[in-house]
Design a protein around this ligand. Sequence first.
Ligand SMILES: [Zn+2]
Length: 291
Amino acid sequence: MVKNSFLAFGLTLPLVGCVTTTSPVATTDSYIVDSKTYQATGKSERVKTIVLHYTVSDNERSIKTLTTGNVSAHYLVLDNDDDKIYNLVPESERAWHAGDGGFAGRTILNDTSIGIEIVNSGIKPEYRDALKNGTLDYHPYAHYVAFDELQIKKVAQLVQDIATRYDISPKNIIGHSDMAPSRKIDPGAKFPWERLYFDYGIGAWYDEFDKQFFMNQDGFASATIPEIKQAFRKYGYQINDTDTWDKASRDVVYAFQLHFRAQQPTGHMDSETYAILQALNKKYAGRDDFY
Ligand SMILES: [Zn+2]
């Protein structure tokens, strides 16, 4: 009570001065925003990309991490046997899920993407240390934990809905690993990109005919490393311009294989990987909008 009285007293003092010297006038010029008379045609959606993740933890820990820490996602798909998807951050706001990296000419993807986290353990516990003794550079397909079928159905419907509402280009529906190949491997080799494409029309996938055509041409035998890297860049991957397959470059190859040849992710560039990349570039060339 004492504090309130004191505040009220303090606030009234300057007003007394005003009232005594001037009659009431507007203190700010007010204005009206007219959003009907003129309309621009040059515009597009702010959301350009969907980034899919796995959480590497169970339901309880995923909820805690994504709601109380300094990481978040717009949506969380638990592995509960129910029909819920949790919306943790409004689509109009930034979620903190993407971090450093980039794809299709865009960096700072938190600004322009919707992030979806799926509860999944990632690498099976018995293989978590498999890369430490130096005999393996990357986790093979068998090391990854499969997704629950119900999760995939939920993710498919959610992605379909978001992609339609924002008119997101198919190749901009990506995994965290696609945009940050040296830092991230999620959503991993068992995320069913191919099924999502064929069953739900989601994301990008190559035509088998084109892949066979490029395999038969055997462009890999004559392509230089810079040429192959340029093909990765054309599709959207960030890759350095050294003329060797250094670790950072192999990380990109591995990320690409996780997405488009998930049963054999090796991190080594080969003729099949190059044929898939060429087939994708043929199909999706010129589909990006950079405005
Ligand atoms: Zn992630």
